[in-house]
Write a protein that binds this ligand. Structure first.
Ligand code: NAD
Length: 421
């Protein structure tokens, strides 16, 4: 059953975090045993005809970790590191995230091992449509609802939704979230994850008695769908964004970078390091900057035991999933950094995905204010609950968040029981 699952550091880390939190809180061992492995994992071959006529096959995955609380929910990632083990770990994190913030959804994740930057728009469309067809038997509005993640966006979701609808013979907007507004998406979904990160940073700053103002410095690792809106929101509050990075490297200006210029530059699918008239530093140097707030918003495993001693930020807001390893969290917490754990910090995305799903099922759409206010309320309540668990159990915020999630899952799994009994 566990063949291949433990191949990625992310799965090992998630597995150990689960065992650790379970022992601290005294989780029912039978519940812990069931949460260690994904419920269902599908691996598919995704052959497509490239523009120059030859056929190439990519490997795709969809993993459903636990669906006790409701249909599976989780993004689709197009990235060269995607494999079964990483996808299973990310599905497990989704189970915990949905449980922590009180959504009636389970945890799932999918992806294709591919570098989307190397494919044309037509090739990406073929890839998405073939993948959607291959996993169509295990997704659906009441089964498992994908969303965008690294390397995918609203356009990918529109192609996915259209393909699924062609197979069904009628339009099924609820099969995915993160769709463009014109095909049933929700206001505020595109910025939701980054906005949620900014909300959580405000809660953390308030707890630490720190003001967000023109002296507050911010560095952001990963300048995509999470990093950009987080940067925009923090700038709107007066903070100074001194560095941002993408896979090519980082740009830095101690007086604050020109955020609009950087956003316009990457919109044309250009790498930050090629931007004219800026100082380029490495991603490692960005992580080590002496800033107030560091937002790892790219990929997992970037702050590890090897580089955590260089990280100086007071607040580390995990915009990405799993960017900080267990050893790094231990060290950073001991030296007094405040870590906002991923399953809380980046939950704004799945919260507004849930709103999109609800709006789609009702065919009744809400205003942007309503969406942002509801998201803010859920994150505020969840943040306070995690702080309380951290103080009650005398554990770091990461473990506290997991304990909060496991409490909710334990209750629901006990009530539903184990089939067959
Ligand atoms: P994205 O593809 O829009 O952006 C990713 C950014 O990270 C890009 O700037 C890319 O160049 C950079 N990047 C990729 N590999 C890198 C590397 N090795 N080193 C440095 N930078 C690298 O993806 P996204 O949607 O912003 O997702 C970022 C993270 O946030 C992921 O961990 C994802 O799982 C998580 N997340 C995303 C959402 C969402 O709604 N999009 C929700 C919750 C969590």
């Amino acid at each position: 059953m566990a063949d291949g699952l433990f191949d990625s550091p992310l799965f090992k880390d998630a597995f150990e975090q689960l065992e650790d939190a379970a022992s601290i809180m005294g989780l029912d061992p039978n519940i812990a045993e069931r949460l260690k492995y994904p419920k269902r994992a599908l691996q598919v071959a995704v052959p497509i005809r490239l523009d120059h006529v030859t056929v190439k096959t990519f490997m795709g995955y969809r993993v459903q970790h636990n669906m006790t609380l409701g249909p599976g929910k989780g993004g689709i990632r197009f990235h060269p590191h995607v494999d079964l083990s990483e996808t299973a770990a990310l599905a497990m994190l989704m189970t915990f995230k949905c449980a922590l913030v009180g959504l009636p959804l389970g945890g799932a994740k999918g992806g294709i091992c591919v570098d989307p930057n190397e494919l044309s728009r037509q090739e990406l469309q073929s890839l998405t449509r073939r993948y959607a067809t291959e996993i169509s038997m295990i997704v659906g509005p009441n089964i498992d609802i994908p969303a965008p993640d690294i390397g995918t966006d609203g356009q990918t979701m529109a192609w996915f939704m259209d393909t699924y609808s062609q197979l069904k013979g009628y339009t099924v907007p609820g099969v995915v979230t993160g769709k463009p507004i014109a095909v049933g998406g929700s206001l505020g979904r595109a910025e939701a994850t980054g906005k949620g990160v900014a909300y959580c940073i405000n809660f953390a700053a308030e707890k630490l008695g720190m003001e967000i103002n023109a002296k507050t410095t911010v560095a952001i690792h990963g300048f995509g769908k999470v990093g950009i809106p987080a940067a925009e929101d923090l700038r709107a509050q007066g903070a100074k964004i001194v560095a941002v990075s993408d896979v090519s490297g980082a740009i830095y200006n101690e007086d604050g970078i020109d955020l609009d210029a950087a956003i316009n530059w990457v919109k044309g699918r250009k790498f930050l390091k090629d931007m004219p008239g800026i100082k380029v530093i490495s991603n490692e140097e960005l992580l080590a900057l002496d800033v107030d707030i560091l937002i790892p918003a790219a990929i997992d495993g970037v702050i590890t035991k090897d580089n955590c001693r260089n990280v100086k930020a007071k607040i580390i807001a995990e915009g990405a999933n799993g960017p900080t390893t267990r050893e790094a969290i231990k060290h950073l917490t001991e030296r007094g950094a405040f870590i906002i754990p991923d399953i809380l910090c980046n939950a704004g995305g799945v919260i507004v995905s849930y709103f999109e799903w609800v709006q789609g099922l009702q065919n009744f759409f809400w205003s942007l204010d309503e969406i942002n206010n509801k998201m803010h309320a859920i994150l505020r309540e969840s943040f306070d609950r995690v702080v309380l668990a951290s103080e009650t159990f005398d554990v770091d915020m990461k473990r506290a968040a997991l304990i909060g999630a496991l409490r909710r899952l334990e209750k629901a799994m006990r009530l539903r029981g184990l089939f067959p009994s």
